[in-house]
Ligand binder design. Sequence first.
Ligand code: PMP
Length: 407
Amino acid sequence: TAAFDVAKVREDFPILHQSLNGKPLVYFDNAATTQKPRTVIDAISHYYQNYNANIHRGIHTLAEKATAEYERTRQTVRAFIGAAHAEEIIFTRGTTEGINLVAATYGRQNLKAGDEVIVSHMEHHSNIVPWQMLCEEKGATLRVIPITDSGELVLEEYAKLLSEKTKIVSVVFASNSLGTINPIADIIRQAHAVGAKVMIDGAQATSHLDVDVQAIDCDFYAFSSHKLYGPTGIGVLYGKKELLEAMPPYQGGGEMISDVSFARTTYNDLPYKFEAGTPNIADTIALRAAIEYINQWGKPVIAQYEDSLLQHATTRLQNIDGVRLIGTAKHKVSVNSFVVDGIHPFDLGVMLDAKGIAVRTGQHCTQPLMERLCIEGTSRASFALYNTIEEIDYFADCLEAIVRKYR
Ligand code: PMP
């Protein structure tokens, strides 16, 4: 890995070098989506300019090249998350589709009336609604792991929720609204002890934390490329091979079949059984460039740098009278959510935007979490490897001035 140099990193991201409202752009909305390095952008246009072709069925040279590049990403992803087999890597549109896929296939096949699914109180809507829909269909019950006021799971309560009725536990690795990093290895071990399968929502965690699906022993793991410097419209579902093999297909169509007749259709092998239709070839290929970009620095180096940003921002925000941090867990990814008494998050977002600062405001697709914390929403500054201490100081200075003026 190369020596980490944020000035050099920033050169790799063309979008950062612009002004917004007359101010240099400060992009602090990385938990929503990250910016893309030039290598990712170039991988997309290089594909379209040089070897655009449909994959897997062509025997001509371009189709073979496109297929090889598409499958190379699968190998890269396999290594990136520590999966045992490339066919355990299913390409999806993103985290949302990965969770829906598991709910609609594994869930439909294995849940019956009276069974239970466990999620936590800090889940993104995409890790609530698919299970709710499944439970409704099956007459099963959705159970919720409570959280503390500081935004950590109450593990003693989790232990009490587990029983032989529990079929699926689905929890977020790192919360998009609070930053909390959950002890997923422990959660998985306890679920397995009662025979439940575990799905991990890795949307926020995968760009910051080391992920080793075999070490943590999760059954399913989903993440989105666009949150780790890759393009939108592509994501990954990891599943243990024996589970994926036993599951029915998700969508029917081309590519997912082995033999089709009107009397009977047989399905393709993994992973193609779950990849019906022409996939998002260009963005899959560019996802490899994004992972290679992360690997070039190494996740421990990135995590350490982002942690220094988080610590600095936390200290600065704690020292602004009237600002209250939401989510003060011991272990956090680089997300700072906060409220300012007397200023609506939306107004705050608009005022910061006028200073060139992009933050997210609102419920962050975690409405039950906001209700639990008795707040309407938060403003959220989330950091990535190209952000700087200087940006955080500028942001904190602007916030302090706004709070002083309007509160
Ligand atoms: N889970 C979490 C924790 C997230 O932060 C997000 C994206 N905000 C999702 C799931 C959904 O990801 P996507 O919209 O890329 O499918």
